[in-house]
Write a protein that binds this ligand. Structure first.
Ligand code: GAL
Length: 353
């Protein structure tokens, strides 16, 4: 008999468009909790214990389900079928062109208007290696998003006693060859400061992607050497934001190509010297988007941590994935899921506190 070290808890959260939304949580023996809601299979909290017996949440979150879709920032939501931007809203696959629904001018961003984030998922507590886990399931229909074929998707959250949260995304192409490149759009703020300026970020990446005026990758890689994009040694985000002050974006909204030599255990580390907390992101795929929330506004950004006073740089999103629009560019990686096949992509967050 296995002893359960991880405890699971389910409670009603609220309702969204008439659907009941629940919060599912897992807690380990060190007092680390991860919780998720079934609207958008959204990562709701990463709670760590504080010396006074309370908890601090290391990710941005809202009080209501409706807040998640009332803003365009995909806060902590599951993203798919494909993370990032697909040029001209047109998927190229095996010599065919598939028109997708668009949601940013002529571009398809984060799976389009009916992507994974817009879905009310079926949630349950499941068993993973003898420990409780949270699983969200959904069949994404071709008729809804325009991608070829129906895709059966499950997203499983697990937590272990080494303080690592694992997210497993499994896609099964039910009737046609399709593409699958999911991510979780998690925004971290590890400490008590209003913004992430004092956080340190390190990435195992020698290059980042060039993109056009629509932020769609051109296929070219840019060497990070001697630029603000060189995060091979950790950098303070506030310094990078200052370096980019004269750019349109005024911070990062960029895509790095993870070095092929990376083992998949640690593609990025984010730490906060003030609170002494650190998150290490694991992924065996070759891309990472870093978005320093440059365009956050007060309007609609009803974050719990700032009492409804959202602001630029309040969090930093780290989005592990295969490089976007991969079917268009040689060397961007393989996101194709042949008919009848399944694939699981994993993202992990190892938390030190
Ligand atoms: C990022 C994307 C940004 C922005 C953000 C969500 O992945 O690169 O441009 O759309 O998601 O608001």
């Amino acid at each position: 008999m296995t002893t359960n070290l991880i405890s699971a808890h389910v409670e009603p959260f609220d309702t969204y468009n008439g659907a009941s939304i629940h919060r599912y949580s897992l807690t380990n023996q060190h007092g680390l909790t991860v919780s998720a809601i079934n609207l958008g299979a959204t990562l709701y909290e990463i709670l760590v214990p504080t010396p006074d017996g309370g908890t601090d949440n290391l990710v941005l979150n809202y009080p209501n389900s409706a807040d998640y879709l009332a803003n365009p920032f995909y806060v902590n939501m599951a993203i798919g079928r494909t993370a990032g931007r697909i040029g001209n809203g047109e998927l190229l696959l095996n010599g065919q062109r598939y028109p997708l629904s668009t949601n940013e001018g002529s571009t398809t961003l984060h799976g389009g208007p009916n992507g994974f984030n817009s879905v009310v998922w079926e949630g349950s507590v499941t068993d993973y290696d003898g420990q409780p886990a949270i699983t969200f399931t959904h069949v994404q229909k071709s008729s809804v998003d325009g991608y070829p074929g129906d895709l059966d998707v499950s997203i499983t959250y697990t937590l272990d006693e080494a303080n690592t949260i694992h997210l497993y995304y499994t896609g099964t192409a039910l009737n046609q060859t399709t593409v699958f490149n999911p991510t979780q759009h998690t925004y971290f703020n590890l400490g008590h400061a209003a913004t992430i300026h004092d956080h340190l970020l390190r990435l195992d990446a020698d290059s980042h992607l060039a993109f056009n005026a629509q932020k769609v990758p051109t296929g070219d890689l840019i060497d990070v050497s001697a630029t603000p994009f060189d995060l091979r040694s950790e950098k303070r985000l506030g310094d990078v934001i200052d370096d980019l002050a004269e750019t349109d974006e005024k911070g990062f909204d960029d895509i790095w190509k993870i070095n092929e030599t990376n083992s998949g255990e640690a593609i990025a580390t984010l730490s906060d010297p003030q609170s002494h907390r650190k998150v290490t992101v694991g992924s065996s795929r070759n891309g990472l988007v870093v978005f320093t929330a440059n365009s956050f506004t007060r309007e609609k950004m009803n974050f719990i941590r700032s009492n409804g006073q959202g602001q630029p740089y309040e969090g930093v999103a780290l989005e592990a994935q295969t490089l976007p629009d991969a079917t268009r560019h040689e060397g961007f990686g393989d996101v194709v899921l042949p008919a009848g096949e399944s694939r699981t992509d994993e993202i992990s967050y190892h938390v030190e506190f």
